[in-house]
Design a protein around this ligand. Structure first.
Ligand SMILES: Cc1cc2nc3c(=O)[nH]c(=O)nc-3n(C[C@H](O)[C@H](O)[C@H](O)COP(=O)(O)OP(=O)(O)OC[C@H]3O[C@@H](n4cnc5c(N)ncnc54)[C@H](O)[C@@H]3O)c2cc1C
Length: 340
């Protein structure tokens, strides 16, 4: 019988950040990660953006999530001996007179200091007629490189957990005993009979395009009704769509058209679509994350519901979950499982 202190189900960003956090505290772990199906983290654009939505809202707890984000990922890069996070200037393109008015009515608010500033900028190939907000403290995580680093350096079994073999009373699974178990299964938690009576994960499908165009990257990520993220050479990732309660794993012509229509409002250069793919985000009913202990099974925990912001939120939230698991702190009230 093998013994680990924490067994983690799911090797997406949440499961891996949890594993790295526990490891740093000297707690030994094992991740089970399904080799097939939806790997939302691998599909994600990996953007960290403190300014969200049409109304230039400073995101939930942005003052806590963003100031240490770059140094947090830099430390993980050292641990995993690979490179995956780049701080980036995000350029939020204001696309209509209406949007410009919204921004002007809010620009004086002190909460924007340190996060963004307005500029009239001429970015060749983009429609910047109404101005640009330069958004600070953002960045991009190369999620595939991050996951590859974790797969090669951390204790992992590339297998599905079979719930019928999981004994939460004696804390045993398939020849492994554990003190605590954490489920970080993304939208697949909906198939988990231990949890799906208690929490509702809302699958939210997202589709992305890869295009080729001769736009100059200038080291920035362009944001508008779609984002444009430079990949390499003349390749750009364009995204993304949000389709609630859709967990199908194939991209659709309808969402491609939607992305293309929005892209053409911003991009004024010729382009060619060369790829189109999708993934399923794990969201929640109130769009806040879901973290905590199982109401019946002690020492069984969940981390889920990161929606489209895992890269920026998960580092702090996972740390708070681990503090909570070891009696060293409380979870934020907005993430508690009993709020519904
Ligand atoms: C198109 C798109 C674009 C996105 N862009 C961004 C972005 O720019 N920035 C951002 O922060 N977020 C973005 N996201 C969201 C982000 O990808 C998710 O919030 C994040 O990946 C969720 O991580 P997770 O670890 O909770 O779940 P997942 O990444 O889904 O990981 C769960 C893992 O658990 C495994 N698993 C499930 N059940 C079992 C089982 N029974 N046994 C073993 N393994 C199991 C799965 O195979 C999977 O590997 C995007 C998502 C999509 C779809």
């Amino acid at each position: 019988m093998q013994k680990v202190e924490c067994l983690i189900v799911g090797g997406g960003i949440c499961g891996r950040l949890l594993q790295l956090n526990l490891e740093q505290r000297g707690i030994n772990t094992l991740v089970y990660d399904s080799p097939s199906g939806n790997h939302c983290t691998a599909v994600a654009a990996g953007l960290a953006n403190p300014l969200v939505g049409k109304f230039f809202t400073v995101g939930w707890r942005a003052n806590e999530f963003f100031p240490h984000l770059a140094s947090f990922y830099a430390n993980l890069e050292k641990r995993l001996s690979t490179s995956f996070f780049r701080p980036r200037l995000l350029k939020r393109i204001i696309s209509t007179a209406g949007e410009q008015n919204i921004w002007l009515s809010k620009a004086h608010q002190s909460k924007y200091v340190g996060f963004c500033s307005f500029a009239h900028e001429d970015l060749v190939g983009l429609n910047t007629h109404f101005g640009v907000l330069n958004v600070l403290q953002g960045g991009e995580l190369d999620t595939r490189s991050f996951l590859e680093g974790c797969d090669s350096q951390l204790n992992t079994r590339k297998e599905d957990i079979d719930y019928t073999k999981l004994d939460l009373i004696n804390k045993e699974y398939n020849g492994v005993t554990f003190d605590k178990i954490i489920f970080a299964e993304g939208h697949k938690l909906r198939d988990n009979p231990i949890w799906n009576k208690y929490i509702k994960v809302v699958p939210t499908k997202g589709e992305l395009l890869v295009i080729e165009t001769d736009l100059e990257p200038h080291g920035s990520i362009y944001l508008g009704s779609v984002f444009m993220q430079h990949l390499c050479d003349n390749r750009w990732r364009v995204g993304s769509t949000y389709n609630k309660n859709d967990a199908t794993l194939h991209p659709t012509a309808m969402m491609k058209d939607d992305l293309v229509t929005k892209l053409e409002k911003v991009l004024q250069l010729p382009y060619k679509v060369i790829d189109h793919y999708c993934g399923i985000r794990p969201a929640s009913v109130d769009r806040k994350p879901l973290l905590g202990e199982h109401p019946e099974y002690k020492n069984s925990y969940v981390v889920n519901g990161m929606g489209s912001k895992a890269v920026s939120m998960a580092p702090v939230l996972v740390d708070e979950l681990v503090d909570h698991m070891y009696g060293e702190g409380e979870l934020h009230e907005s993430v508690l499982l009993n709020r519904f």
